[in-house]
Write a protein that binds this ligand. Structure first.
Ligand code: IMP
Ligand code: MG
Length: 183
């Protein structure tokens, strides 16, 4: 099935499952080549990155560790979105090489905050692996070391990504059809 409906919105397949998995395997090999011998800690940013994380890490043939973090949301308390902080990390980051795992990078605001937080916690070296990047929206300063796909400024779901909580279980990445006001 090439289109799906969630509530009043229609989505169409944008990246097939096979295309995604092939690309994720390439990223895994690049990470192996670049990082062999390092004391590597992957930090997966929940929720959206859970599928990318599972597929990427199972293709990495090295002894690595994985932690999960979440951004606090302050919904209903403070709504600026700028004060979100990382929660859930108990690992000691001093002298660690960290690879952040992100599902999608849009403006890059979230990523900049995460990187700042992790350096504050003592990380020595931080790399970023992301499945998707919207280059036309990206304003961040950090380079994306391992990138799956550059995509247009459309709203996408699937492969971990959600719209209002739905769509995370879809195997492909879907793009919204005829979105009037983007999002
Ligand atoms: P940024 O801070 O603007 O880079 O936003 C990144 C976050 O916005 C991601 O981690 C997602 O949670 C969300 N996001 C951005 N674009 C999309 C999209 O197309 N689909 C689903 N979530 C998105
Ligand atoms: Mg995310």
């Amino acid at each position: 099935m090439n289109t799906i409906k969630i509530r009043d919105k229609i989505f169409e397949v944008f990246l097939e499952e096979k295309e995604i998995l092939d690309r994720v395997r390439v990223l895994a090999k690049q990470i192996e080549n670049d990082c062999r011998g390092k004391d590597l800690l992957f930090i997966s940013i929940l929720n959206g990155s859970y599928v990318f994380t599972a597929d990427l890490l199972r293709n990495i043939d090295m002894n690595v560790r994985l932690s999960f973090m979440k951004l606090s949301s302050y919904e209903g308390i403070r709504s600026t979105g700028d004060v979100r902080r990382l929660i859930g990390l108990n690992d000691d980051l001093s002298n660690k090489s960290v690879i952040i795992l992100e599902d999608i990078i849009d403006t890059g605001k979230t990523l900049d905050g995460i990187i700042e937080d992790l350096y504050d916690k003592g990380a020595r070296e931080i790399r970023v692996a992301a499945l998707l990047l919207k280059p036309d929206a990206y304003k961040g300063s950090h380079k994306i070391d391992y990138l799956g796909f550059e995509i247009p400024n459309d709203f996408v779901i699937g492969y971990g990504l959600d719209w209002d909580g739905f769509g995370r279980n879809l195997r492909a990445v879907y793009r919204i059809v005829d979105d009037q006001n983007k999002y």
